[in-house]
Design a protein around this ligand. Structure first.
Ligand code: MV4
Length: 508
């Protein structure tokens, strides 16, 4: 096993990986930009080195700086986390040339999956089902002809895209030329590669992904699925495992395909195969993510495995310590991505100083956080603060735990999307797991013009509580039990009282 590892990332995922290092007896090396000097990952690590200005291009994306720190500190391996350099094949190659182990797949597999057309060709050869369309880049006349054959609506996608970047929905032949030209020029501008291809459009699919693990000796397993349909603008908001839309038979078939995708691409380490699942439960390969994903904890919980430990063991050359038959899924896990953003202002980022932070805990709760009270969330990076994970033996119990944990969660000083999760978890369609990739947009559209007023209600409650405590000699919560009314009924008024007591803590 490695003795020392550099973590080329920041925030919650850097903390997550550093924790695994500590558990495995690996010395951890953090890197930090000028605005991250006091960041949480820096204080968790055994060693920390500055790598430059706030701008990611000059720090967390600066390959030569990071390799220089690896050499200087004597790190034998680099864990890239997610985002930043995690899917950069050039970085993986540069690590190899520097004699440093990249904790991830070989650069060749990253390159293959980075090109959506090359990936489709490889998956076609491997017999993996994918959305009807082209497996290579097209000209406008070719695209028009193919669209006529498979029927509208279709999607034009950038070969170098992924994750929703460089996509265009085309509803009819008359839109084809302008959509094609826009997609092509967008792709050229964003990726320096104008190659576009075409797919049949699947209306309101579910987005379901399969976690795979492969070692460097040709063994691969799947670790079940994650339901990722609750998203906004291609940003996932809530993930869960397992998916209520996947039964044992579908799971086994998707799992076999995902393992096939990994084996046929020479994959190693942790990876995720993304699928669209239509209303008839037909599934289609979409793309493969060649990194550890944000939502990996829900898989860890239902499998009982530690994916980061396994990543290190695989990177160190070990064989997978289990076979497919050893994998058992147990219970249900949900994850909410807590962002410093304003749900009442189009989810605009809301970085700033965290004046007060009360975090949930207790049975069935895990929080993977990258922040602490008193720290200032910088505006230079993705404003995700933490991931709140709830788990229980079944989905209704996990939902109840998540709702309880959200009620315990309080962030003062900056805006967060916490109230959005309460709205989602209260929605009957979410409770019944009637979700697809259109769910959150429909929920937000139905609430447009009815702005979420939880925050103003909380202020009213806080003011009421302040007046109450000023004019009364009893404690703010002194009515609890005295007049026979328990405050734990879960009613709106008890939620206000709780909010007021939380607010009160910060102001006393
Ligand atoms: C699609 C699709 C429907 N049909 N492809 C969006 C992200 C990128 N990875 C692919 N995406 C989609 N591709 C076809 N042929 C619908 C989406 C899509 C989507 C996919 C996953 C999660 C959320 C989504 C939201 C809107 C559209």
């Amino acid at each position: 096993m490695f003795k020392k590892v550099l973590i080329a990332n920041r925030g919650e995922i850097a903390v997550r990986v550093i924790r695994a290092c500590r558990e495995m007896g690996i010395t951890s090396v953090a890197v930090f930009s000028d605005v991250d000097r006091a960041a949480l990952h820096v204080s968790h690590a055994d060693e920390a080195y500055p790598i430059g200005p706030a701008a990611a291009r000059e720090s967390y994306l600066n390959i030569s700086k990071i390799l220089e720190v690896a050499r200087r500190s004597g790190a034998e391996a680099i864990h890239p986390g997610y985002g930043f350099l995690s899917e950069n094949a050039g970085f993986a190659r540069a690590c190899k040339e520097a004699g440093i182990k990249f904790v991830g797949p070989p650069a060749s597999a990253m390159e293959l999956m980075g090109s959506k057309t090359r990936a489709r060709q490889a998956m076609q050869a491997a017999g993996v089902p994918f959305v009807p369309g082209s497996a290579r880049g097209l000209s406008l006349p070719e695209a028009e002809q193919l669209a006529g054959k498979i029927g509208f609506p279709v999607m034009i996608k950038a070969a170098a895209g992924g994750g929703g970047k460089g996509m265009r929905l085309v509803r009819s032949a008359s839109e084809m030329q302008s959509s094609f030209e826009t997609a092509q020029s967008e792709a050229l501008r964003a990726f320096n590669d104008g190659e576009v291809y075409l797919e049949k459009y699947i209306e309101n699919p579910r987005h379901i992904e399969i976690q795979v693990l492969a070692d460097e000796h040709g063994n691969a397993v799947y670790l079940g699925e994650r339901e990722c349909s609750v998203q906004r603008r291609h940003q996932k908001v809530i993930e869960e495992a397992p998916s209520a839309g996947v039964d044992a038979d579908l799971r086994a078939r998707m799992g076999a395909v995902a393992v096939q995708a990994a084996k046929s691409s020479g994959y190693a380490n942790a990876g995720t195969v993304e699928f669209l699942v239509d209303r008839e439960r037909k599934f289609y390969f979409l793309e493969m993510n060649t990194r550890l994903q944000v939502e990996h904890p829900v898989t860890e919980i239902v499998t009982g495995l530690d994916l980061v430990h396994l990543q290190f063991r695989i990177a160190a050359g070990e064989k997978l310590p289990f076979t497919q038959d050893d994998i058992r899924l147990r219970g249900h896990a949900l994850e909410c991505r807590i962002y410093a953003e304003d749900p009442d202002n189009n989810f605009f980022p809301s970085p700033g100083k965290i004046a007060k932070l009360l975090r949930p805990s207790g049975p069935g709760i895990r929080e993977d956080s990258g922040v602490y009270e008193g720290w200032t969330v910088p505006l230079d990076y993705d404003p995700m603060m933490s991931k709140l994970i709830a788990f229980a033996p079944d989905r209704p119990a996990a939902l109840a735990r998540m709702r309880r944990a959200l009620d315990e969660y309080f962030v003062g000083g900056i805006k967060t999307n916490l109230s959005l999760f309460r709205r989602i978890l209260e929605h009957p369609d979410f409770q019944e797991a009637r979700i697809d990739t259109g769910f959150l947009d429909r929920l937000l559209a139905s609430e447009a013009g009815h702005p979420n007023d939880n925050d103003s209600l909380a202020k009213v409650a806080a003011i009421s509580a302040a007046i109450f405590s000023a004019i009364s000699s009893s404690k703010v919560n002194g009515d609890n039990g005295k007049n026979g009314k328990a405050a734990a009924s879960g009613s709106a008024s008890s939620a206000w009282k709780r909010a007021a007591r939380f607010e009160g803590i910060g102001n006393e």
